[in-house]
Design a protein around this ligand. Structure first.
Ligand code: 0RQ
Length: 503
């Protein structure tokens, strides 16, 4: 570990995770590192959970406001949620324990666009940050920090927190050094200047995070790797979704609306989005770029084969096999990957300037193109909006992908009216299911409904949707966006009551 902590003053602050966790008091707001299961602190949250359980055992309330980059892992969200140690959490999460407690109403959860979290903190909208707990790969002699496998909101937490706890993780490859680009030019309105990034791979900042050593109250050494899941192998459904999208992109090139090497890709989380990337590799594309949040296995593979020549993201979220491949060929990847703070990877100005092609998973879409990315039957959260909205609103094209049904056909992912809206009809260009692709660009609501029913609905549900739409066109008071309000959410009600949307 000696070679990872080169600052004498900070080396003098090495202590156990338990002693570090003792710096965190009930009611505090803690900004933690971590984005889609990578770069999260491995030891302090666990020690904290132990402390919280002991306090609860004595009948004392001990809960925190926990802010992160995005989802973390069982050692952080899972352990703290299980201990009853989280009062309030933002943004994106995916831990089953945390999700269950949010949906039971025990934890307040604020789902917010990932690109907005840093500026909301700087604006003061989220209150004061008491403590930052940030994983890093190493500490330089001058005290600057080599970031880990994700950057997320770390710059903001380190800048704004009163106290800082650093975890230095010996398993994170030192080859990460030089891969990051931390931009320190962000100012607050009215003093903001244009962000000088015009290509996905531009380096506009510095490779290291800054921290005031005087604020660092503890340095903890850890030796556990990121705990990341595996992706399911692309099945026939996801391959058909990928096929429709690839065919569409090729058609756009033919029509002269996209260049041969497309525009910078953004790809969301989940199995379907991962499979779509595999489709691009097999589709004969080359010289592509990505300006995205997360590099999953599918994208790593495109970088390995030079299908993607440059990728910008805020986190690596790889399977155990992906981690091995990354470490084996880290020199290749260092030339082709730039990791940035999420306020930059997801910045509206940059997504719009670069003209990103956003491809994100969804839960359901309605006839008119409104998209629900987050809730089951309108009330239970799955993960969160993540960065999908940053790209859907601001990109060149916003594509949403899903199988046409879920839960063995009991649920139609195309419904009369979405039970929760994350992306409005105004932000959605393309909807793809294994049935086909609906191109909603330039269409009125009724034209969109016809395209969605014809191209995306499953044959089991298509006649029901057509019937709803026909009756809505006849009986709706307003004929611009026809709806039968008493019936619009009846499919979800049927699901809750009978376990299926089928009548
Ligand atoms: O449930 O796991 O119990 O089987 O939702 O569905 O089909 O495996 O799809 O893994 O691609 O995830 C929207 C959740 C899709 C994801 C979502 C059930 C389904 C299954 C997963 P089971 P699939 P995926 C950048 C972008 C929001 C954030 C985002 C997501 C589970 O893509 O979280 O885009 N997106 N960020 O059975 C009830 C329906 C359903 C349904 C699917 N209509 N009703 N359940 N499911 N459709 C990255 C970041 O921002 C970090």
């Amino acid at each position: 570990m000696e070679r990872r902590i080169h600052h004498a003053g900070l080396a003098g602050k090495i202590m156990s995770a338990e002693n570090a966790a003792a710096q965190i008091q009930p009611g505090m707001t803690v900004g933690m590192s971590g984005f889609t299961g990578s770069g999260y602190p491995k030891a302090v949250p666990l020690a904290l959970a132990g402390r919280i359980e002991a306090a609860q055992g004595r009948g004392e309330k001990f809960a925190l406001r926990v802010l992160t980059g995005a989802s973390t892992a069982p050692e952080l969200d899972g352990a703290l949620a299980k201990a009853g140690g989280i009062d309030f959490r933002l943004p994106y999460q995916s831990d089953p324990e945390l999700r269950a407690r949010i949906n039971h109403g025990e934890i307040e959860y604020m789902d917010v666009h990932l690109g907005q979290v840093a500026q909301y903190t700087w604006f003061g909208f989220l209150g004061k940050i008491d403590v930052a707990v940030v994983e890093v790969a190493g500490i330089l002699p001058d005290g600057r920090l080599i970031p880990s496998t994700s950057i997320g909101n770390n710059k903001t937490w380190l800048d704004l927190a009163d106290k800082v706890i650093l975890e230095v993780n010996s398993t994170q490859p030192l080859g990460l050094d030089g891969m990051h680009d931390i931009y320190y030019g962000t100012a607050l309105p009215p003093n903001r200047q244009p962000i000088p990034l015009t290509q996905a791979g531009d380096r506009i900042g510095e490779p290291y995070l800054r921290v005031d050593p005087a604020k660092v109250v503890a340095v903890v050494e850890t030796h556990a790797p990121d705990r990341l899941g595996r992706f399911s192998a692309p099945d026939e459904t996801s391959q058909r979704i990928a096929g429709h999208l690839v065919e569409f992109l090729k058609q756009e090139i033919k029509m002269g609306r996209l260049p041969e090497n497309l525009l910078p890709l953004q790809s969301g989380v989940g199995n379907i989005a991962n499979a779509v990337l595999g489709g691009l590799r097999d589709g004969g594309f080359s010289n592509l770029t990505a300006f995205t949040e997360v590099i999953q296995d599918g994208m790593l593979d495109l970088i390995r084969t030079d299908t993607i020549r440059m990728a910008s993201a805020t986190a690596l979220s790889l399977s155990p096999e992906g981690v091995q491949e990354f470490a084996r060929n880290i020199e290749h990847y260092r030339e082709r990957i730039v990791l940035r703070p999420q306020e930059i990877s997801n910045h509206a100005e940059l997504v719009r300037r670069l003209g990103c092609i956003g491809i994100n998973g969804m839960v359901e879409a309605d006839l008119y193109g409104n998209v629900n990315s987050t809730h089951v039957a309108g009330t239970s959260i799955i993960n969160g909006i993540g960065g999908s909205g940053d790209f859907a609103r601001n990109g060149f094209l916003s594509c949403f992908v899903t199988p046409s049904t879920a839960k063995n056909g009991a649920i139609s992912c195309i419904v009369p009216m979405v039970s929760h809206v994350d992306h409005t009809e105004h932000d959605v260009c393309i909807i793809v299911t294994e049935q086909g692709l609906a191109d909603l660009r330039g269409l009125s609501p009724k034209q969109r409904a016809r395209a969605v029913i014809a191209n995306c609905a499953h044959p089991d549900y298509r006649p029901l949707l057509q019937d709803y739409f026909d009756r809505a066109c006849r009986d709706s008071k307003g004929k611009h966006t026809p709806h039968l309000l008493g019936e619009a959410l009846s499919w979800h009600q049927r699901l809750l009551e009978q376990g299926s949307m089928q009548p």
